[in-house]
Design a protein around this ligand. Structure first.
Ligand code: MCN
Ligand code: CUM
Length: 798
């Protein structure tokens, strides 16, 4: 049953054929993407547009002694060469990071990571800018770098942040959560304890489109427009205003089509600031677009958490406590992108899907001579790291106790009747049915059969071992509420505005920004469902601060939980007004008008034949509006969520490990997800497939590495390996539906679930192939040589 005006709907509400909730509507945006009509930042061309190329440091740690621009300025077509000294005149030499650190826009004094921005060359075309950049002569006094977090915290490590007053070491921050004493007690009293060290290596989001911007200052209107690759245009505008001193209403940020974000486009980068500043000073449009290696080497990385996990349990597998200690590498600046009150992101959800009484986590973060970053790449604010920790540790414990990893999970799951559930680290889980998802996954994977097959291969000393890995993860997505979550002080709400036009179609504008997630389709579906309109009659717009309502942007899988809720609430506001208009049209009393979700029509109670459609009502709103109402038919909602949403899932990965080569092949890959009520199952499946591919990249291939001189050795696609169709198996996806009790349409986010949930399932599978021989962990990325070394250690290599 469903309240007439909202409340979660059961899954059987299936779009009613108009493209509402639950229908596999084909993505509206694909028409332009697959016909080459997308409009990305690099497609933007303006008359008299100049091009910017950034001069980057070849050294990771060096003092700048002199910059000679003269030879660059001699290049025909070079218009200007900018350094920190030039930006200082406009107070733009530094910029705040999202964690209120101060980052150089162009290096002021000392380079702190390889490929840091040193100077900018502006020229009439890109090639000339590049020629000019090669002629900027920079004298460096090279200093000793430190690229390892542990080494950077040693007493004799070179000091990186001498720009911070009284700073004497490379310590960045400390953080803790939970009850240290109670956890220590639980560990003392437990029958069994296990511990494991694991590195969640440095990764890079690597969207197909790199970052870029076109600054376009119009001196006539005194208005600065910046077209940029932004996952959060509104908050970027606010920060631009605060930093530049240009009034916010004189700034327009446009984020056009974005070719993938994955978290990479949340922070503000020096290139954006330089393009905007150069355009302001030169009064001509200026374009800056990164190359691939610039993107990998200088923009926000992900993870780099060196973790120790510990579990305390009873002999029969009841988990009593979890403890973790983390060494985090934050790079040269504290520029992680996350709500400001969460220095370790949402890592404190490391109790996962389990009812664990006590937990304690501590973390130290260090500065190193590496690019800043830390939260990005489908991470849900470090839930990736938290899920990896707990799901790996549960496997370690199961092996220690000789228990089946499915059984030990079942024994410790938070039960459906325990929701809303408050975890020992203070998180309020809205709903869940973890056992339901696991059971479904076990069945889809034919679990018992593969367990037998695994044993058979061990008994027969087969060349290829079989490993079965499970991950039963819980996510937390959809920040706010605004009182606990903010970006740079702005509360994390979101928004939607609906305008129904006289001829019966509508324009919907939202405060979030799609980067490939299909928002132009799914937001239209929400409105179609709630207003009884056809999805084809609805256009969704976003990414323009001049026209869209203020919102905090797309990351942390928050679009559906927050802006999706706003779209539903705004629709219901329109529906309320529509009732008054319907009453007028049908010459009935307003309280006698009911709305029928199935037909999408408004009718007089008890007289279904006396009805009007939303199209007729739209006409009435403009051509025959009742005297009790204003003309027009529109509504706006700013939605501050009462709580986050907790999607979850169970993934089962079955691998074959070759004892001779260490190669890992996927035999079966099952993913059961639960994101509450589903708007568009086909889009969800696309999200899951993409995210699982990235999880495979994480587990098997990806790693940003450095040599001792601070050179990025994993800074291009020759060395930073992405999975291709050759490495990706056939995914078998399934779902369960546990609606969010507080979300207006019962939906939870899903965009990051597969990347959060899959790496531990994959590692657990590879470990599982060798656990009978005592192997408890294999570090990511699990390249053949890493795996072979473990086989060798266990005496399994042939
Ligand atoms: N959806 C749905 N029903 C639900 C939940 C979601 O139909 N119950 C749909 C949504 O309507 C939306 C899509 O699934 O079209 C993802 O929704 P949501 O989980 O709300 O996530 P966001 O839209 O906020 O996307 C952000 C998330 C993040 S944080 C990263 S990182 C990531 C991801 O999405 N980056 C992506 N998926 C990506 N997919 C593409 N193609 N490109 C990226 O850059
Ligand atoms: Cu953590 S990457 Mo997404 O939130 O844009």
């Amino acid at each position: 049953a469903e309240a007439e005006d909202g409340g979660p709907q059961p899954e059987k509400h299936c779009g009613h054929g108009r493209g509402g909730m639950g229908e596999d509507v084909k993505r509206k945006e694909d028409q332009r993407f697959i016909t080459g009509r997308g409009n990305y930042v690099d497609d933007i061309k303006k008359p008299d547009m100049l091009h910017c190329e950034i001069v980057r440091s070849p050294h990771a740690h060096a003092r700048i002694e002199n910059i000679d621009k003269s030879r660059a300025l001699d290049v025909d077509g070079v218009v200007a060469v900018l350094t920190a000294d030039d930006l200082r005149e406009y107070d733009l030499a530094t910029m705040p990071t999202l964690m209120a650190d101060t980052q150089d826009v162009l290096v002021n004094d000392k380079v702190k990571f390889q490929s840091q921005e040193v100077a900018a060359v502006i020229a009439t075309d890109r090639y000339t800018a590049k020629d000019g950049a090669q002629k900027v002569v920079v004298d460096y006094d090279v200093l000793e770098p430190v690229v390892d977090a542990e080494a950077s915290l040693e007493d004799d490590a070179p000091l990186i942040r001498d720009d911070i007053e009284d700073k004497e070491d490379n310590h960045c921050l400390d953080w803790e959560t939970g009850d240290e004493e109670a956890t220590a007690e639980a560990f003392e009293e437990a029958d069994v304890t296990v511990t494991e060290d694991m590195l969640y290596q440095r990764l890079h989001p690597a969207p197909i489109e790199t970052c870029g911007a076109v600054g376009d200052y119009d001196p006539g209107k005194d208005k600065l427009t910046v077209h940029m690759t932004s996952q959060a245009p509104h908050i970027h505008r606010t920060l631009f205003a605060q930093v530049s001193g240009i009034p916010e209403h004189k700034i327009r940020i446009v984020s056009p089509d974005v070719g993938g974000g994955f978290g990479n486009k949340v922070p503000i980068y020096p290139g954006y600031v330089v393009a905007a500043a150069a355009s302001y000073v030169l009064e001509q449009p200026v374009k800056w677009v990164e190359e691939r290696s610039e993107n990998i080497q200088s923009t926000g990385f992900a993870r780099d958490y060196d973790m120790t996990g510990e579990l305390a349990a009873t002999d029969d597998g009841e988990i009593l406590a979890v403890r973790t200690d983390v060494l985090a590498d934050h790079g040269a600046y504290n520029a992680v992108a996350q709500p400001s009150k969460f220095p370790a992101g949402f890592f404190n959800i490391f109790t996962g899907s389990y009812d664990i009484d006590t937990a304690y986590g501590s973390l130290t973060a260090a500065y190193t001579n590496t690019a800043p970053g830390g939260v990005a790449y489908r991470c849900s604010f470090r839930v990736t790291e938290a899920v990896y920790l707990i799901e790996r540790m549960v496997k370690v414990l199961a092996d220690e106790l000789g228990m089946d990893p499915a059984e030990i999970r079942r024994k410790n799951f938070i039960q459906p009747e325990q929701f809303p559930y408050e975890s020992s680290t203070g998180w309020n889980y809205d709903s869940g049915d973890y056992e339901g998802a696991l059971d479904k996954a076990l069945e889809m994977a034919d679990y018992d059969h593969y367990r037998e097959e695994q044993q058979r291969r061990i008994d027969e000393d087969a060349d290829k071992l079989l490993g079965i890995g499970i991950s039963s993860f819980t996510e937390v997505v959809g920040a706010g509420p605004g009182k606990t979550c903010d970006i740079a002080g702005v509360e994390m709400f979101d928004s939607a505005e609906i305008r129904v036009h006289p001829t019966g179609n509508a324009t919907v504008r939202v405060g979030v920004q799609t980067q490939g997630q299909g928002h132009e389709t799914t937001f239209a579906q929400i409105v179609a469902e709630e207003l009884g309109m056809d999805v084809e009659d609805i256009t969704v717009e976003h990414g323009d601060t001049d026209t869209d309502p203020y919102g905090l942007g797309t990351y942390g899988s928050r679009s559906t939980p927050v802006a999706g809720a706003a779209a539903a609430v705004a629709s219901r506001k329109v529906r309320e007004k529509a009732k008054a208009i319907a009453a007028n049209e049908l010459e009935a009393a307003e309280e006698d008008i009911t709305w029928d979700r199935e037909s999408g029509e408004f009718h007089v109670a008890g007289a279904p034949d006396r009805s009007v459609t939303i199209t007729e009502i739209a006409a009435g709103a403009y051509m025959n509006h009742p005297s009790s109402e204003e003309p027009g038919l529109e509504a706006v909602n700013y939605y501050d969520p009462p709580e986050m949403t907790y999607p979850f899932g169970s993934y089962i990965v079955i691998v074959e490990v070759d004892r001779e080569t260490g190669e890992v092949e996927f035999e079966k890959f099952v993913a059961v997800d639960d994101c509450g009520n589903r708007i568009n199952p086909m889009i969800i499946e696309g999200q899951i497939h993409g995210g699982l591919a990235q999880g495979i990249g994480t587990a098997m291939l990806e790693h940003v590495t450095f040599d001792d001189n601070g050179n990025v050795t994993g800074g291009d696609f020759m060395n930073y390996l992405l999975p291709t169709s050759m490495e990706i198996p056939n995914f078998e996806t399934g779902h369960t539906v546990t609606p969010s009790p507080h979300h207006p349409i019962g939906a939870k986010g899903v965009g990051e679930s597969p990347t959060v949930g899959s790496p531990p399932a994959i590692v657990n599978a590879v470990v599982d192939a060798m656990s009978h021989a005592g192997i408890t962990h294999v570090e990511m990325p699990m390249t053949p040589d890493t795996v072979w070394a473990k086989l060798d250690e266990a005496g399994l290599a042939t």
